[in-house]
Design a protein around this ligand. Sequence first.
Ligand SMILES: O=C(O)COP(=O)(O)O
Ligand SMILES: [Mg+2]
Length: 234
Amino acid sequence: MTQPLLVFDLDGTLAETAPDLVATLNQVLAEIGVAPVTYESARAMVGGGARLMIERALAHAGVSLPKPKIDQMFDDFLVHYNAHIADASTLFPGVLAALDQFEDAGWRFAVCTNKIAQSSVLLLKALGVADRFAAICGKDTFAMSKPDGRALLMTIEKAGGRHDNAVMVGDSKTDIETAQNAGVPVVAVDFGYSDHPVATYKPNRVISHFDALWDAVADIDRGAAVGGVRKAST
Ligand SMILES: O=C(O)COP(=O)(O)O
Ligand SMILES: [Mg+2]
């Protein structure tokens, strides 16, 4: 029988990455003479990948730039960010204990993030957990990315799991919609980067600490997610 699989979002779910993301964002904004965004407003710009974060910051500053210029900023962003991948980024409290607890019970893990895959692997290596994941899939791993449910389904497949024996864990509307689109149940953490309270988007469960993940997952009827593939076919 296939082992159950937990698929984690990365930024704002497994790791508090906003300090390094915002520092890099402000670096590339400074290079084109745009004033820095505040930490609080920049946090809400995370979730759709670095390129969208740059576009949101430019819109916030009322600056409109041609695509090649934004492409250049994105390239500069990745170079700077990869060089500072974990200057101030840390795993959220309880992540390691939760991974141990689920692993002892036979679960496997994957990451499905809108971060570029190379940066995701670099970050997880720097945080000492990369080898705990059967698959680490980023925005550029497949032809489509979150909130397209296929990004999650292909991550599950790559990790050797099954959609009806998997649970997504994420921090944003994007993650919740992705899971709902894929028919996979989703636990939302409420300590990440969401512009509105995560409960707004109707995840199956909301937790405020990784200590609560076990009970939340145990409570979910896998394979019968709201709007889920299996439910629809029975
Ligand atoms: O970096 C981002 O904007 C998104 O990353 P996430 O999908 O891991 O939240
Ligand atoms: Mg996130």
